[in-house]
Design a protein around this ligand. Structure first.
Ligand SMILES: Nc1nc2c(ncn2[C@@H]2O[C@H](COP(=O)(O)OP(=O)(O)OP(=O)(O)O)[C@@H](O)[C@H]2O)c(=O)[nH]1
Length: 540
């Protein structure tokens, strides 16, 4: 479904869906599994080829932690037997954050469900509850986020250290940026309540908006009231009827255990039929590419923690509720807000300047290791490369080019043959394409494909995947020139393919590699570079 929709979006005829395909699923569909990421029941359905493959599409549900409950407490003393409210506000719930990291290759280490920590409950003596812990998941560079349900994710500004976060300091007077509950409640006031103090927004050092009282720190002020006796008294407000701290804790624990969020743990482990239904449903509402993670260290908040509930000290000072509604309002405002809920699809699209494309065994990985310091797996069998490898090529003037070695493509990859074309998404963003052709594929009795036919197959597959992809600046690497008879094959290739530069190379001995480096650089700088045109390839 996913592939079909992508094809439709690109204006191509829809490709066969996974369900229709008689061949094993090769990673195109949403929620596809590879290797260890696959649930038991599904492992048998995948080809052995994929057993060590990467997970480059992933569905994830995230929920911000609930805010802690505000405390309802009275401080009594000998001189004040009725006591006065001193319950602190609840702490904010933790966020769920995606962090871009160079050391992560795919989504195999992620969890399908993530949830921020719950904010701590407020405590007596006007102490604010602790902030819920953030849950951080590391994703690879090049992760694209599609939104199925929920709020748009937002990039986080540089976070303040925990020590500076006012929500972490018990009894701190500042309130969180989006302290909506406080703000709303204060603005609305209580029914029949007295005047309230206005809370003005301010910008704190980390760029987040914070709210602060105009007239100084909350805890430094006296308990202000227009009446002579404290309005909050045992008679006005029977503390026994309020949700006490222990009760709130107990209730919250039960709620969090009961929540559906954890119940549908098998949501992503259903069988293929359910998977397709799910994909169909998702298709209707997916918002594509709502965010992209392109720089290491970048942080994206995908689910926000809820605001903490208000403590009775704050409510009584700021809102001065009327007697009639007091209990009800305090009970409602003291409950922490739930965090936001999102359903996302993560997709990996590597970012590189040059994409090495070739049939299996053409020598792409060997070439990458010759061009850069990358050390991809190299072996004399097909599909050694099961995930894209990226190497960095640095020139004398410190100009740097990233080269991606894409797993081998075969004819019919768009119909899910071989590893399928799932990996082609990794070259969607490359600026330059380098077609690696094996000059020795048919030499010395080998039953391979002739180099110009290799090129034709590759170009056809790329065009099937994305129309116009092959118009990108391109060059040809004629590899394995050291083999017997490869020189003649190279000469024949030059006759049959026009319009793009061809570089004879022996990747294994690094011969011709310096010229190729220059060729790649020229192609990057060229103002009018050429792509490969099928018409300019003579096959017959
Ligand atoms: N003679 C010769 N052999 C080479 C050359 N370059 C690579 N090879 C050999 O070709 C085989 C395949 O090399 P790889 O680099 O793994 O090829 P690949 O294109 O990455 O293969 P896949 O991972 O299947 O996509 C290995 O045995 C290499 O040693 C070359 O320039 N000359």
């Amino acid at each position: 479904m996913w592939r079909r929709q992508q094809a439709l979006l690109r204006g191509l005829p829809p490709l066969r869906t996974v369900a229709q395909s008689p061949l094993p699923r090769a990673g195109g569909g949403l929620g596809c599994y590879y290797g260890s990421a696959a649930p038991e029941g599904r492992k048998g359905k995948t080809a052995p080829l994929q057993a060590r493959g990467m997970v480059d599409k992933f569905r994830m549900r995230a929920k911000g932690g609930a805010g802690g409950s505000g405390c309802v407490s009275l401080r009594r003393s000998r001189s004040d037997r009725q006591g006065r409210p001193d319950g602190g506000n609840g702490g904010k719930g933790g966020d769920v954050i995606l962090e871009c990291s160079r050391s992560i290759w795919d989504f195999s280490g992620l969890q399908h469900h993530m949830r921020g920590g719950r904010g701590g409950n407020g405590v007596s003596k006007n102490q604010i509850g602790t902030r819920g812990s953030d849950k951080i998941a590391q994703v690879p560079v090049g992760t694209v986020i599609h939104l199925v349900e929920g709020e748009q994710p937002s990039f986080a500004v540089n976070k303040p250290t925990r020590a500076l976060d006012p929500w972490d300091i018990p009894g701190a007077a500042e309130h969180s940026a989006s302290s909506n509950q406080i703000d709303d409640a204060v603005k609305k006031g209580f029914d029949g309540g007295l005047s309230y103090r206005r809370i003005a927004p301010k910008h704190n050092t980390d760029g987040n908006e914070a709210e602060q009282e105009i007239n100084g720190q909350l805890e430094n002020r006296k308990y202000l009231h227009t009446r002579s006796k404290p309005e909050f008294s045992n008679t006005d407000c029977d503390v026994r009827t309020y949700p006490r701290q222990e009760e709130i804790d107990k209730k919250d624990q039960i709620e969090s255990e009961d929540e559906e969020f954890w119940e549908d743990e098998d949501e992503f482990n259903t069988d293929e039929e359910d998977d397709d239904k799910e994909e169909e449903r998702e298709e209707q509402d997916v918002q594509f590419s709502v965010a992209e993670m392109t720089k290491p260290g970048q942080r994206l908040i995908i689910a926000r923690g809820g605001e903490g509930g208000l403590g009775n000290a704050f409510i009584m000072k700021e809102m001065r509720p009327s007697k009639a509604y007091r209990q009800e309002k305090i009970a409602r405002l003291s409950t922490g807000q739930p965090g936001t809920d999102t359903f996302l699809i993560l997709e990996l699209k590597s970012i590189a300047d040059v994409g090495l494309v070739g049939l299996p065994n053409a020598g792409k990985s060997t070439l990458l290791s010759a061009l850069s310091r990358a050390q991809p797996e190299i072996a004399d069998y097909e599909f050694t490369t099961l995930r894209p490898n990226i190497g960095s090529l640095t020139y004398e003037d410190y100009f740097s080019v990233k080269v991606a070695d894409i797993p081998g493509l075969i004819k019919g990859a768009h119909e899910n043959r071989g590893l399928g074309h799932a990996f082609l998404r990794h070259i969607e963003r490359t600026k330059v394409l380098a077609y690696v052709l094996d000059l020795a594929a048919t030499l010395n009795g080998r039953k391979g494909v002739l180099p110009w036919e290799q090129l034709q197959d590759l170009v056809t597959e790329l065009e099937h995947y994305q129309e116009g992809l092959t118009r990108r600046p391109s060059l040809i690497v004629a590899n394995k020139i050291d083999e017997e008879g490869a020189d003649e094959m190279y000469e024949e290739l030059k006759r049959r393919v026009q319009g793009v530069p061809i570089f004879p190379v022996c990747a294994i001995l690094q011969e011709g590699v310096p010229d190729l480096r220059v060729g790649l650089r020229n192609l990057m700088d060229d103002s009018d570079p050429q792509g490969v045109d099928l018409i300019k390839i003579t096959v017959q």
